[in-house]
Design a protein around this ligand. Sequence first.
Ligand SMILES: [Zn+2]
Length: 343
Amino acid sequence: MLRDALLTLLLCASVAQAREPLTLAGHRVAAGTSASFVTQAGSASLPISVLHGAHAGPVLTLTAGIHGDEFPAIFALQRLRAAIDPGELHGSLVLVHLANLAGFHARRIALSPVDEKNLNRVFPGRADGTQTEQIAHFLTTEVIGLSDYLIDLHSGSANQRLWPHVYAPVIDDPALDARTLAFARATGLRHIVLYGERPRDPANSISYPNTAQTRGKPGLTLEVGHLGQRDEASMARILTACRQAMRHLHMIPGPAAASEGVTLYRKLHAVASPATGLFEPATDVGETVGKGALLGRVTDYFGAPLAELRAPLRGIVLMLNDTPPITLGETPVTLGEWVTTAD
Ligand SMILES: [Zn+2]
């Protein structure tokens, strides 16, 4: 009996230690090790790292470069890859270093030069679609399929300044929405947009984070950095947010971020230009503006005033297109309508 009990004990111990490898796109990564590779997503190439922790835990995917001219997160993920020891890690980290290589090398704002599509608008994608749709299909099936949590890392494009914020999608699933909001708070960013405007249908999920959300997995969008730059402050802020998210999931040791002082927004209001010409902002990101406040002016090509943009409601300026060209109907200012500033 004693011998049997000892054998059972030894068997249990060896089972507990034998953590299965993680396989992504045919790349098998042993527990406690990492691998970096360029894989094919249809006709596109995707540089990916997998850090498969020695210890059990969730799979967290962090993705940069969905939009090719949003640079700080690309460098933040390179630093994270170098800093995390898979031998110490609980769970697994999947780093999609640059999801839209074609857009990156073409220096394009949002769109791919191959098919003129916005990767963050074609989810869940198609295996037999255009190149951008093929990337979305790969991310949906191979990456989100494997993940428990997702953070999609964005910045302001070459024409855009923004106030650092995070989108926590709301899909009217109270338990999932609460987990997603707690995850968003864990990033340590102080401005959280409760974004409820995406479809609930997994077959028409449109954006990358919403694809995770409609599959029962918390998916956030971080917006940090601006004007197509790769400034140190933005890189450091993104890296800190990723580490804080990992602490929240108990993947690495350390205290979770303090979540007081958070502002929650229920809606974004994009303010359209009533004229074509040259735009000059009269506000700045992070500013609180009252209803009717002057947000910017449009002049004609000779410098004569054409129109003014005014705030349709009281809110905070979260995004601002800070370059002169403006076309009738474009939305150079986006205001956040907050729920509360109390925590
Ligand atoms: Zn973006």
